[in-house]
Design a protein around this ligand. Structure first.
Ligand SMILES: Cc1cc2nc3c(=O)[nH]c(=O)nc-3n(C[C@H](O)[C@H](O)[C@H](O)COP(=O)(O)OP(=O)(O)OC[C@H]3O[C@@H](n4cnc5c(N)ncnc54)[C@H](O)[C@@H]3O)c2cc1C
Length: 475
């Protein structure tokens, strides 16, 4: 029996899809930049069936590519053009919210749950699942765990890694590891969940998770601020942290080009402030006390900053609709950039204090390669995570890259990432490595670390069938 016939006998004909119309959407990435053929799309209904699929693929020597919401920005979730075509394994039939324990502040969910569904279920129980990002309406909890996703609330609540207490994982030999602990303390040796968080589908298939919940803030104060420089933004961040401490839940910065692209390319988006500014910051405080007090607190901070010449303009959201509209602008950046041209997204993090120097140095470095090149900056500034994006209109990309586009893109990415490395930063903060950052792994990751990672991969997936060619560069 061939692999498709055997999979069909194991999980049913309606769960093994081979028609081009079923495969088109899952064989191309969100930006439409990467694509490759797949043998089929397998949609198991439970962990036992996931194990059946993995065992069957191992027997036939066929790669297994787990795919969540397919929102990866680094080509991690779609097949390659070359090499053996994989079975794409989708958990879209595994979407149950199994249990919420508001006393233990935990919830157990299947890995195919969409992130927004998880947030909503937690909120309905009066709790917060804090991981939040622009793709939350389509990315899956399994995908966010496999990439250790960050987003806009890391400053207060940490990355996905800090919000996962337990996992259920199907290993490369079909073993199901049931590690769905809901404990804050559990010192029983190696904490295995951390191996799988951020492993990008290369060590096991995450089928369920126990997530950490937090009190649901009932009040929010949100402001949009125009500023002259990243240095001023950093000064303002320090002030807000000193005065509002843990109530600060987001501090996001974009440059004016990014704002203009959002306003110009995403219907319904408007600049929250009227005057033009080179840099824009979204600040959010959240708490459970009175909304008026929170607004007053943020307003006082902004008035002092204005008096000190730190900001040129600011708007404090005065209604839920205004707060929502400000966040919509922030969450529309990837959509705008996809429509506007070719942005060579980078994903650096540097020590917070080095963020302004990084932005200045990276700008100079890319313009040494392409004079006057526009650059987009989207920063989760509170985390030191700066998406520095050399940007081409579609026409400019055609013209500038008439020779070798891949080489140009690689040179520009290296220029940015070298600057991060010089400032003791990283080239990969939250999106993962996928296939786009493989060359960077080889370039920046210390050989001893790469060797250790390969040892782990060899131990858990000796046949190299789980998402091969991702995360680990050929060695
Ligand atoms: C508009 C937009 C905004 C974004 N904003 C952010 C942001 O602010 N912060 C951020 O961190 N990311 C962001 N991203 C990137 C992306 O949304 C995240 O990386 C997300 O975590 C991917 O989830 P997914 O379910 O779509 O996974 P996919 O893209 O399907 O897969 C990502 C990787 O995880 C693996 N994988 C998926 N599911 C499983 C599983 N169950 N078990 C094992 N491996 C699995 C895949 O093989 C692949 O390697 C954004 C993307 C978009 C399109």
């Amino acid at each position: 029996m061939d692999v498709i016939a055997e999979l069909t006998s194991l999980i049913g004909a309606d769960a093994v899809l081979t028609a081009p119309s079923d495969l088109d959407a899952v064989t191309e990435d969100w930006r439409g930049r990467y694509r490759g053929p797949a043998l089929c799309l397998a949609r198991p209904a439970n962990a036992g069936q996931v194990a059946d699929v993995v065992r069957c693929c191992a027997k036939h020597g066929v790669p297994v590519l787990p795919q969540g919401g397919n929102t990866s920005l680094c080509g991690g979730a779609v097949p390659s053009e070359t090499g053996p075509a994989p079975v794409i394994l989708s958990l879209t039939r595994m979407r149950a919210v199994r249990a919420i324990d508001p006393v233990n502040n935990t919830m157990e969910v299947e890995a195919g749950c969409v992130l927004a569904t998880v947030q909503e279920a937690a909120a309905a129980a009066g709790r917060l699942y804090p991981v939040s990002l622009g793709a939350e309406g389509s990315c899956q909890i399994g995908g966010t765990i496999a990439t250790n996703a960050g987003g806009t609330s890391v400053l207060r609540y940490g990355n996905t890694r800090e919000n996962v207490l337990g996992l259920e994982v199907v290993l490369a030999d079909g073993t199901i590891w049931s590690g769905l602990y809901g404990l804050r303390k559990n010192n029983t040796g190696y904490d295995l969940k951390h191996l799988f968080i951020g492993s990008e589908g290369t060590l096991g298939i995450i089928t369920a998770a126990t997530l950490k919940l937090h009190p649901l803030p009932t009040r929010h104060a949100v402001a949009w601020v125009g500023m002259a420089s990243p240095e001023d933004a950093l000064t303002l961040l320090t002030r807000v942290q000193e005065r509002s401490a843990a109530r600060l839940s987001a501090f996001e910065m974009i440059n004016c080009l990014q704002l203009n692209l959002v306003v110009g390319h995403v219907p319904g988006r408007r600049s929250p402030i009227e005057s033009e500014a080179d840099w824009h910051v979204l600040i959010e405080l959240s708490d459970n006390g009175s909304g008026e007090a929170l607004d007053a607190e943020l307003q006082a901070i902004l008035e002092d900053a204005f008096a000190d010449g730190l900001l040129s303009d600011a708007a404090l959201a005065s209604s839920e609709a205004q707060r929502h509209a400000m966040w919509e602008v922030r969450h529309s950046v990837s959509e705008a950039n996809k429509k506007a041209g070719v942005g060579l997204t980078t994903d650096c993090a540097v020590p917070l204090s080095a963020a302004p120097a990084f932005i200045a140095g990276a700008t100079a470095a890319v313009r040494a390669l392409v004079p006057d090149l526009p650059v987009i900056v989207v920063a989760h500034l509170g985390d030191g995570n700066v998406h520095f994006i050399p940007f081409f209109t579609f026409d400019a990309w055609e013209a500038a890259a008439s020779g070798d586009r891949d080489a140009l893109a690689a040179a520009l990415r290296h220029a940015v990432n070298d600057e991060a490395a010089r400032l003791k930063g990283t080239f990969s903060a939250e999106h993962g490595v996928g296939r786009v950052q493989l060359a960077e792994m080889a370039r920046y990751k210390p050989p001893a670390e790469l060797a250790l990672m390969r040892t782990v991969k060899q131990a858990l997936d000796p046949q190299n069938i789980l998402n091969p060619g991702r995360l680990l560069p050929p060695g």
